[in-house]
Design a protein around this ligand. Structure first.
Ligand code: NAD
Length: 288
């Protein structure tokens, strides 16, 4: 990528606006678009009114979109645009394995590379540049994407040489995270009802074998404080674990615990569609 190259971002939601800010903060020229309008465009980023305009100006486009349907719709727009300069797409969205493979095939037919690059670490991780970017793509595509990946975060981990493998890694990670948060919520509800207090429970869980990102981060920072503002919607976690279960079922793998985990997250998302995912704790506590 040349110094004067422009990077595009499509999707300026909770995650995309921080990623766009990181790219601008790393000294890259950034143009961005979001269907909801310019309000979330961070300082130092040029908002444009369509995805068409992004692909006319940017050689590399980063996507941060809710799901596979949105990524496919934006890729269709991108490929249909007159005067397209874009020849590399980096999709940081969680879309699922088969959706990433389909996007890759569609882009490859038009001579555009795809780097599959879902992220983990939340908004706090994105802001502190500790977000883990899981990367899968051909060696050539990943090499071309490197300056932009380095702008997104200080932590990138290449997990495979074809798009879809980073999605498999991300779905496995989020299933672990979702199951641990749900299990911790039930265990804390049990402990509180038995007469323990939350701070004591977290101290002990974090010094013992019940420790997880739920006990080190979500509970102390969002449940104990009452903030419930991690910046990740529960409906997106329901989407992620649903994608995980779809992929496991398609592959004929074991999923007894995943069935229950998905049902729980879907019930939460249906009851509170816009709630932060850390609100799964009060949802579970009140469902007993
Ligand atoms: P979000 O719902 O806050 O933002 C999505 C944005 O995409 C919205 O601003 C929406 O207007 C925009 N959008 C949707 N369709 C569009 C289209 N066709 N054209 C242009 N813009 C469009 O979601 P988020 O929390 O920012 O998550 C984005 C992706 O990152 C998701 O796939 C999510 O699973 C993943 N992710 C999020 C987090 C997090 O902590 N928020 C963490 C890891 C991964």
């Amino acid at each position: 990528m040349t110094a004067e190259a422009t990077v595009g971002v499509v999707g300026l939601g909770n995650m995309g606006q921080v990623l766009a800010a990181n790219l601008a903060g790393a000294g890259l020229d950034v143009v961005a678009h979001d269907a909801a309008g310019p309000e979330r465009a961070p300082a130092g980023v040029t908002f444009v009114n369509s995805a068409d305009e992004v692909v006319r100006r940017a050689t590399t486009v980063v996507l941060s979109l809710p799901d596979g349907a949105a990524s496919a719709a934006v890729v269709d727009e991108l490929l249909a645009a007159d005067g397209r300069r874009t020849d590399l797409v980096i999709d940081t969205s969680t879309v699922g394995v088969r959706a990433a493979e389909a996007l890759h095939a569609r882009l490859q037919d038009e001579g555009v590379d795809l780097v599959d690059a879902p992220v983990s670490g939340g908004i706090a991780g994105a802001k502190s540049r500790t977000l883990l970017v899981m990367v899968a793509g051909t060696a050539a595509a990943v090499a071309r994407a490197e300056p932009v990946l380095a702008g997104l975060s200080d932590r990138c981990h290449r997990v495979g040489d074809r798009p879809g493998l980073a999605q498999a890694m991300k779905l496995a990670n989020n299933y672990c995270s979702a199951a641990a948060l749900a299990a911790t919520s039930e265990a804390v509800a049990f402990g509180l009802a038995a007469g323990l207090d939350l701070a004591t429970m977290l101290d002990v869980l974090n010094a013992a074998s019940g420790q997880s990102a739920a006990t080190t981060d979500k509970f102390p920072n969002h449940v104990l404080t009452g903030r419930y503002a991690a910046g990740f919607a529960g409906r997106l976690m329901a989407k992620d674990v649903g994608l995980y279960l779809d992929e496991v079922e398609a592959a004929g793998g074991p999923h007894a615990l995943a069935d229950t985990t998905v049902a729980l997250w879907r019930a939460f998302a249906a009851a509170e569609p816009d709630a932060d995912f850390t609100r799964i704790f009060p949802f579970i506590e009140s469902s007993g």
